[in-house]
Each structure stands twice: as structure tokens, then as C-alpha cells.
Design a protein around this ligand. Sequence first.
Ligand code: ZN
Length: 163
Amino acid sequence: MRTDDDTVEVGRSEWLVFKRSSIHGTGAFARCPIPEGTAIIEYVGERISKAESLARCEQDNRYIFTLTAHEDLDGRTEENLARFINHGCAPNGEAELDQERIWIRALRDIAMGEEVTFNYGYDLDDYQEHPCRCGMPECVGFIVAEEFFEHVRQGNRLRSENG
Ligand SMILES: [Zn+2]
């Protein structure tokens, strides 16, 4: 649903309401205070083989998570509301694999109305095609895993020095 009215919801779960985000597209917002450690929402999808996963990743499917040594999860399905959760460079949530299921868990107490984010954990492949607009003071400007932040910051400095 495309609308300019940011109060319009596209869905709800136990803890979250999904509506327009200033970060990107639709985002997930806390319906009530969420205590640290809460399993906020399950990231659901289709279980696929590693071969199928590779093929879909090559088609730029960015919703795939590792499940086991033999299977991955493709979250690009209508029923997976968690796919709307935006990336954040200093996120209040994290994706956690637990017994072959993926949950978005609260890293700290989250206030009612706050947008819930997690780090998408992207590697450096074509990272400059994935700018981040999370707006957090810690933002490195691109969607990458935290282990790559320093590398990306160095690249940002070089680019700014070279004009
Ligand atoms: Zn950011």
C-alpha cells in the first residue's frame, strides 16, 4: 500500500505496528514498551536448499537467512511482516537463530512508538549500492555488518578527501 499518510498501518503483530518509516519505506514500531530480551517477532519464510538460496541471492534477494548447514530461510513472503523491519547502525534489536527459527530480539528496553531495527549483517559486496538512512549518530552511511564499520568509515574518509 502506498500512501502519503504516515498513520496508515500495513499490519500489526503482538508487539509491533507496521507503517511508514522515515528511514525507508515501511518500518516496525513498538505498540507498547518492549522489555530487553523480548522475542519481538519471528522472521518467517520458506525453507530452501543452499543451492536454491545461492540462486535467489544472485537475483538480489536480500531476505535470506542462514538456518542450518543445509537449509536457509527466504523471508520474501507476504506473511513475513518482519521483512519490513529496517536496518539500523545502532539497532535496538537483533536477529537471532534459535532452534532453526529466527527471532528479532530486543537488545535493550524499547519505548512505545520507537522504531525497531536490527543490523542486516550484509558483507562488503557492492555495499555502496546500499546506503543507510537510519539517522542514528553512529550511522556509517551504508548497510553493512558491524565488523565492517571501520573499513567503511575509512572508505568514507578517502572519498571525502578525494572530493
Ligand atoms: Zn545507518
